[in-house]
Design a protein around this ligand. Structure first.
Ligand code: CUO
Length: 683
């Protein structure tokens, strides 16, 4: 790896320690021009120089460059929280990303980073540098460390850090004794919502969500934001989160999540995150049960907004769906067409800079996060920061996240419900007959098996002010036994065909044990896989492994290590690998199930690949999580609407009614075993 490029990664090491101190494991420190030192360190410069004069630490001289105007990003205090949902923070970050991206070369960027790292809020700095590295042509090959390593405080119980300090102090030289992160530490069993805490607080799920928003920022230069079908992907990825969450709830005897649609009503669910912020040196504020969101007036964040505004935006959004058109600033109306309507609505809802009329439709989704995140201190009288809903790395921990997104999904569904149901020409694939789908695996035929697993994650990069050395944390998560789909397809067309296989799973019954109607079940459909296969004339037996799912990334990638990347830096293979850090964590592919065996239906459809395919260069080695994350620098690799064929209403009353000859279902069960096994050791 080119030395200077890889030095950029040192800025992710110990984010709140200044960069003239040792960074990384190779004992290097940046030697910055004198005038780069912030005043607070100036008196120390001599001492510091002497301290590192012993030869133990290798210094990297930093170029002296003309510094760009950083006044906007520097407005965020160093020790504050940073939230992409806060418009002012977004503007600051957008500016800093632009500055990073426009630096002439890597050496200039390093120089600027050394200046910024000592001044700019560490969360914002880290985010902006990650986005810039992902998007600059000369740094695309570099792999940004996972945020869990840089800011582990966003993902786990702070007791771990206290223990880590003790452990590293006691045994500073390469201690490998893992620290165990407790499970179920945020509430007791008297809180029914706690039954799905393993999902909400899963580190992999939160990493996926953080990464998704990193790959799809909503405010930066247009070329970065404007990715193929990004508004639709916002809708679909979050729709799938809700479908998955609802399946987990049903497995745990909870009803489907109730949407948060009345902004004047109390939010029944409280949430006490028990996370500490290392940067802000305080704990994340809780939200008490039955909190009501209130008008926000926080001059410090430049947010002054009434709840009424949220309602106004919501009503305008609903009006757009009702009239099937978006009002433009010049009074013109842009009709929502079947092809791109959902994408336009996604951008309007999130909202991003691609929103067609942000002045009028506002910032509904983001401000929902903000209202909830500040509901404990809307006028800043208690000098509190936002709660976990204010940060994409932590939002999914809170039960209210799902209530808010369930509502957003309902609004999108209003639009989807107006579209003409798919007809035979879209659903059927003449000549292709699927006679069965089944599942093979260690749990037996048509059975999925789940249990707990303990795995290790590396923490030392993000632990400031501790001796160096590896710190491993052991955490417990859900895991399933790997399995194989076996699909029998008969091709009666007399010629070879290509088929797209779309595999979904859904619960069979509602919270009262009644069979689900099609309209309810389609919204609970979880995408498990989508793949393409050739079909020769006659009978074909198609086998596909769960490990190859197009939805998930392997455990090692979720918690990926910089050392394990393929290809040369800057090569296409390496760039793709970075992008594919986005993906649903594989260990959460299958819902937990129950000890008795939770009944689900497995569904497969084979559609005509000629109608689905996107003409583009063949994709590199890392194309395995496209369903929720798309492909890097390419179009979404499926022409159909995301969620097809379940994204629309149908005349069918139940799933059996809906079936065409190119589809099949199989009743299966998910059996959960309440035991813990030792899992993957990350390399
Ligand atoms: Cu991902 Cu609300 O968009 O969190």
């Amino acid at each position: 790896m080119s030395d200077s490029k890889s030095r950029l990664l040192l800025f992710f090491d110990r984010p709140s320690e200044p960069c003239f101190l040792q960074k990384g494991d190779d004992n290097v420190a940046f030697e910055v021009p004198d005038h780069y030192y912030p005043d607070k360190y100036k008196s120390l410069t001599n001492t510091l120089a002497n301290r590192f004069g012993s030869g133990e630490v290798r210094t990297i001289p930093v170029k002296n460059i003309a510094l760009p105007d950083l006044s906007l990003p520097l407005q965020l205090p160093y020790n504050d929280q940073f939230s992409l949902f806060v418009a002012k923070h977004r503007r600051m970050a957008g500016k800093l990303i632009d500055i990073f991206i426009n630096m002439r070369d890597v050496d200039d960027l390093i120089s600027l980073c050394s200046y910024c790292q000592m001044r700019v809020n560490p969360y914002m700095f880290n985010y902006c540098l990650s986005v810039a590295i992902l998007h600059r042509p000369d740094t695309k090959g570099l792999q940004v460390p996972p945020v869990v390593e840089t800011f582990p405080d966003k993902f786990m119980d702070p007791k771990v850090f206290r223990k880590a300090r003790e452990t590293t102090t006691v045994n500073a030289s390469g201690n490998r004794m893992p620290i165990t992160i407790p499970t179920n530490y945020t509430a007791s069993n008297s809180e029914p919502e706690q039954r799905v805490a393993y999902f909400r607080e899963d580190i992999g799920i939160n990493l996926h969500h953080w990464h998704w928003h990193l790959v799809y920022p909503f405010e930066a230069a247009r070329e970065i934001v404007k990715k193929d079908r990004r508004g639709e992907l916002f809708y679909y990825m979050h729709q799938q989160i809700i479908a998955r969450y609802n399946a987990e709830r049903l497995c745990n005897g909870l009803g489907r999540v109730t949407r948060y649609s009345d902004f004047r009503a109390p939010i029944g669910e409280g949430y006490f995150p028990k996370l500490d912020s290392q940067v802000a040196s305080r704990s994340w504020p809780p939200r008490f049960a039955n909190t009501v969101i209130r008008d926000i007036d926080r001059p410090v964040n430049e947010i002054k907004i009434d709840v009424f505004q949220l309602e106004t935006w919501r009503d305008r959004f609903l009006q757009a769906i009702d009239s099937n058109a978006i009002n433009m600033p010049n009074g013109r109306k842009v009709p929502l067409n079947e092809e791109t309507g959902i994408d336009e609505l996604g951008n309007l809802m999130e909202s991003s800079i691609l929103s067609l009329n942000r002045g009028y439709y506002g910032d509904l989704h983001n401000m929902g996060h903000v209202f909830i995140a500040y509901s404990h201190d809307p006028d800043h009288r208690h000098l509190e920061e936002y709660g976990v809903m204010g940060d994409s790395a932590t939002a999914m921990r809170d039960p209210v996240f799902y209530r808010w997104h369930a509502y957003i999904d309902d609004i999108f569904n209003l639009y989807k419900s107006k579209l003409t149901p798919y007809g035979d020409s879209q659903l059927d694939y003449p000549g292709i007959r699927v006679s069965s789908i089944s599942v093979e695996g260690p749990a037996g035929a048509n059975r999925f098996a789940t249990q707990w697993q303990q795995s290790l994650v590396e923490l030392s990069q993000g632990l400031d002010f501790t001796p160096r050395g590896s710190v491993l944390a052991k955490f417990t998560h859900l895991q399933h036994e790997e399995f194989t789909y076996v699909i029998e397809v008969n091709n009666t067309s007399g010629q070879s065909k290509m088929g797209t296989f779309r595999v979904f799973m859904a619960p069979k019954t509602d919270e009262r044990g009644q069979p689900l109607a099609f309209e309810d079940q389609r919204r609970l459909m979880i995408e498990l896989d989508k793949f393409t296969r050739g079909l020769k004339p006659g009978n074909n037996t198609i086998r596909q492994r769960s490990l190859d799912s197009s939805v998930t990334i392997p455990f090692e990638r979720t918690f990926r290590n910089q050392a394990n990347r393929p290809g040369d830096p800057g090569s296409a293979t390496a760039a793709e690998f970075d992008f594919c850090g986005c993906g649903w964590p594989h260990h959460m592919l299958i819902p937990k199930g129950t000890e008795q065996g939770y009944p689900v239906v497995l569904y497969v459809m084979v559609s005509d690949w000629n109608a689905d395919k996107i003409e583009q260069d063949t994709v590199g080695a890392c194309n395995d999580a496209a369903s929720y994350c798309g492909l890097r620098d390419r179009k979404y690799p499926d022409k159909r609407h995301m969620g097809f064929p379940f994204d629309r209403r149908s005349e069918a009353r139940n799933l059996t009614d809906f079936l065409k000859p190119n589809m099949a279902t199989r009743d299966c069960t998910i059996k959960f075993t309440d035991a813990i096994r030792e899992g993957t050791q990350r390399q």
